[in-house]
Design a protein around this ligand. Structure first.
Ligand code: PMP
Length: 304
């Protein structure tokens, strides 16, 4: 789906016209992939557009930057305001939001420290990342031949731009083989996550998701799923999972800002089946919470 153009993009402190949000070809991050970013969504609520858990997303952006020793020349509050300004300027009631921190034009070479740190925030309308049919009926998954980063090769806790190369290769491999999405294992062989989503299975009414030590990014949607599950009285555990746990799961689903909560229909051609009751319940509450319809989660809706 091509990106739909909106009015303005926030660049280094000011809103500029969409078409003017350009950079030099010798931008450092373009060459070595040293940048960090976030993916956030704003939803229409009764009280106008609200960014879902904006503050935790911006905190994660700053944690990612810290890991890469990127010193963001703005405060967290300033980036929170930049996101709100960009959403407001778009006039959209719901949108996807992409804050990006990158190293600009300055010096070339592998030492990134002398490069200027630049920040942009773009917003545009973006529907269900894995499709409406995926949300309704589930997606088919393939365990990738590509692994998730080992913790000492690339830090999985950082949402770094260059870290998505193997996610992209896994995605290509899955799509070319006729599946919707890929699952990556850790170098130790445990289930880690999907190309841009966390993964969950259900067995005996307990939700299991891999721990951070298996290389998954700490998802903000995953954290919302945990809270929703516990509030619904559904047991939620972090546990190391192996591929056969996926094949024999009673239910499976994935979560991410772009994808939202999506049932897993099959893994490596082993049918899991129709979306199950636990998945449906979590999906329903999440769907309402992002739209400001659940009183106990109203502080998740950060109004612009
Ligand atoms: N894992 C990876 C690798 C991701 O890129 C994402 C998307 N940010 C997630 C998990 C899910 O995180 P979140 O729910 O915060 O979007």
């Amino acid at each position: 789906m091509p990106i739909t153009k909106t009015e303005k993009i926030w660049m280094d402190g000011a809103l500029v016209d969409w078409d003017d949000a350009t950079i030099h070809v010798l931008t450092h991050s373009l060459h070595y992939g040293c940048g960090v970013f976030e993916g956030i969504r704003a939803y229409e609520t009764e009280r106008g557009p609200a960014v879902f858990r904006l503050t935790p997303h911006i905190r994660r952006l700053f944690r990612s930057a810290k890991i890469f020793m990127i010193d963001i020349p703005f405060t967290e509050d300033q980036i929170v305001e930049a996101v709100k300004d960009t959403v407001r300027a778009s006039g959209l009631s719901s949108c996807y939001i992409r804050p990006l921190v990158y190293l600009g034009y300055g010096e070339m070479g592998l030492n990134p420290l002398p490069c200027p740190v630049q920040v942009s925030v773009a917003v545009w309308p973006w529907g269900a990342y894995l499709g409406d049919d995926g949300i309704a009926n589930g997606v088919s998954m393939k365990i990738s031949s590509w692994q998730r980063h080992g913790v000492n090769a690339m830090p999985p806790a950082a949402k770094g731009t260059g870290m998505y190369i193997n996610s992209s290769m896994a995605k290509i491999e899955a799509i070319k083989a006729g599946y919707d999405e890929a699952i990556l294992l850790s170098p130790q062989g445990y289930v880690s996550e999907c190309t841009g989503e966390n993964i969950f299975i259900v067995k005996d009414e307990v939700i299991y998701t891999p721990p951070v030590s298996a290389g998954a990014l700490e998802g903000i949607t995953q954290d919302s799923v945990r809270t929703i599950a516990r509030d619904l009285g559904i047991e939620y555990r972090e546990a190391n999972l192996v591929r056969s746990d996926l094949y024999t799961a009673e239910e499976g689903f994935l979560s991410g800002t772009a994808a939202e909560v999506v049932p897993i229909r099959a893994v490596d051609d082993r049918e899991i089946g129709e979306p199950g009751p636990v998945t449906r319940r979590i999906q329903e509450v999440f769907h309402d919470a992002v739209r400001g319809k659940v009183d106990q989660y109203k502080d998740w809706n950060e109004h612009v």
